[in-house]
Ligand binder design. Structure first.
Ligand SMILES: [Zn+2]
Length: 354
């Protein structure tokens, strides 16, 4: 087959179609909700991405804004024959015109049967947040520590912030009252297991029990030690949810399924970044991204015959979920819950409240 362009520098090739056929076609459920997808337009950037920023953080080099129509086209390409919808969010960055970007995403989401999470800076008043949640199509918010303050040099200036610094109590009061959805990317270099993260997530659950709280990327537990240390601390709360986006590690998916269980994990991609081609390798608490495109961060290339076998990161993630599910003998309906049912159930909770 001729490669089909996806987004940015990525395309869909014969190797991807063969991978889909071999591993995914017979296993993936018919209905899929991608609970963590980013959609944004380059026009909404207030300042351009600089070369310096691209070199500072690998995600800057791979995350080019993707418009809704392109996102839809890519989803249809990578999930042939599946009914796919998204819980979509913009780029959580003050380098974007957040008002315009949220409004764009909201309209596009309504038109496509998706649901929108508005990017919400901690400076928003209760009235501002309530007005946002009143808008049709908006089910909740995407807070982020980089929304605390603008810094063109680094995304991580506020990495060590506490959760309440970017998801403040006055916002949580409104979110709780509205049963709104919050997809929370936990801060700190130590990731989920940092005691302050655990404590603050528990405090949100205690004080604001009607917030639909979804911890993004399994708490940023991309490597096994983080999952082993962090997930057990939160596993006992039946009302706390996780999305498994951006996690490629089968051992982490397995731990999550064992500890949290298939009823509280939502499938997500973190696309468009995970249209990247390659594979990830782990060493202790760190990982290395292998890819065949000559990005600046891509210093250690693998042999050409290995690179030729690379498929999309999102396919590697799906295969990792599949391996973990098969290892644990997951039932069909449990797999369906991860890919669609759990999201559907939570969406009903958010939209029931008038
Ligand atoms: Zn994300």
């Amino acid at each position: 087959m001729k490669p089909i362009p996806l987004h940015h520098v990525w395309d869909y090739r014969e190797v991807d179609r063969a991978f889909w056929q071999e591993h995914l076609e017979g296993w993936l459920p018919a209905r899929i909700t991608d609970a963590h997808m980013h959609v944004s337009r380059p026009e909404h950037r207030l300042r351009p991405m600089t070369e310096e920023m691209r070199r500072q953080f690998w995600v800057n080099e791979v995350s080019e804004p993707i418009a809704a129509a392109d996102a839809k086209r890519c989803m249809d390409t990578v999930f042939p024959g599946r009914e796919v919808r998204a819980i979509a969010m913009g780029a959580p960055s003050l380098a974007f015109d957040i008002e315009a970007a949220n409004e764009y995403l909201r309209r596009e989401s309504i038109a496509r049967g998706w649901h929108a999470l508005s990017v919400a800076p901690p400076t928003w008043s209760q009235e501002r947040l309530a007005a946002e949640l009143d808008r049709p199509g908006v089910i909740g918010i995407k807070p982020y520590y980089s929304l605390i303050g603008d810094d063109s040099r680094t995304r991580d200036r506020y990495l060590e912030a506490g959760i309440f610094d970017f998801l403040p109590h006055h916002a949580l009061e409104v979110l709780d009252e509205r049963r709104a959805w919050v997809t929370l990317h936990v801060p700190k270099a130590a990731r989920l297991p940092h005691p302050q993260n655990i404590r603050e997530i528990q405090e949100i659950r205690d004080r604001y029990p009607d917030v639909i709280l979804v911890i993004a990327h399994l708490g940023r537990c991309y490597a096994e030690p983080h999952a082993r240390e962090g997930l057990p601390c939160l596993a006992g709360d039946p009302g706390l949810f996780f999305d498994n986006s951006a996690v490629l590690n089968p051992a982490v998916h397995r731990l999550a399924l064992e500890l949290i269980g298939p009823k509280r994990i939502l499938y997500g991609t973190d696309n468009p970044v995970f249209y990247m081609r390659g594979r990830r390798q782990w060493c202790g608490r760190t990982y290395i991204n292998r890819t065949s495109y000559p990005f600046y961060f891509n210093k250690e290339r693998e042999p050409p015959e290995v690179e030729a076998s690379y498929t999309l990161y999102m396919y590697e993630a799906l295969k990792a979920i599949k391996d973990a599910a098969e290892d644990l003998g997951l039932q069909r309906e449990e797999t369906e819950a991860i890919f669609d049912g759990n999201a559907r159930r939570l969406l009903e909770l958010t939209t029931r409240q008038g």
